[in-house]
Ligand binder design. Sequence first.
Ligand code: MRU
Length: 352
Amino acid sequence: MSNSDKVETLRWVGDVDGHLVLIDQTLLPVDFQEIECKSVEQVWEAIKQLRVRGAPAIGIAAAYGVCIGLQSASDKAGLQSRLNKSIDYLATSRPTAVNLFWALDRMKAKAGLLQGESVASIQEALLKEARAIHDEDREMCHAIGRYGAALLEDGNGVLTHCNAGGLATAEYGTALSVFFTAQDEGKSLRVFVDETRPLLQGARLTAWELSRRDIDATLICDSMAAQVMREGKVQAVITGADRIAANGDSANKIGTYSIAVLARAHEIPFYIAAPSSTFDLAIANGNEIPIEERSSEEITHGFGRQTAPTGVKVYNPAFDVTPAEFIKAIITERGLIDPVSEANIRQVLGRV
Ligand code: MRU
């Protein structure tokens, strides 16, 4: 793949008075369109509506959203109030991915160190911080790819769920970074892509990303994973995560838990690939992870057509939690957490 084929999930255009540009992921794979976000409300809406989605990308977008929020401040009091309001508001967009809160906390902490500075220099320093969050994510994704690719062999069949690719991060992805890196190392893989009901991130986004890179990708309905495993076509499962508790319990897109259970039943290793920004060591286990519930229309009127009786009762949790015991290892930018235990997590992340 040439550099000109690379997609930029999000980018900042200009200086402190600039704006955020995002690929509108709700339109893929049919239309490739970018949108400009010039207000905090537009960034909030883009996160809420999944125009930008995936835990790391949400965090990066929110960090730039804070910079947009500060643009109208003319004095220090105004700046402080805009900072708090923007951060509190962006934090209400989606509850599960901890990267959002991690990035907002980081922006707040940076501002806290700059109390004595002028409005202009705080605005500049916070844009620099948002750019650093963006750049560091890119580095983390490549490092995850290097650690993860060592787990795969030429000719392996692998399965993934949802989209943990370049579109979900600054670039390259987490789970997909493992596949891209394996390919760069000359290993050829056969990737089974769960379509990922109800919003089809697998079908719309992962299949798109893999085919752009000429990786052998086969789309399946989520309910077909057991049969594909039973046929011996899958040697490893790798997904991303939205929040990992201190004991390793991992929240990811709804359906991930069932894939992990199926992998266990077929003695296939199940891996999570995630950067350190996805760990929430303040919570002991997965029971404390807030699970986003989304609108019933996503299930009853998926992509414009009514597919369920009017008024039917619907439950639509957007994420589930895979207990640590089902996870063979977590692939991070600092190395493998294997086996998954609180002690190992703290040791690998350097947060003992
Ligand atoms: O609802 P989404 O599309 O934001 O859910 C995304 C996922 O579940 C991803 O697997 C996760 O955020 C990891 S992205 C590297």
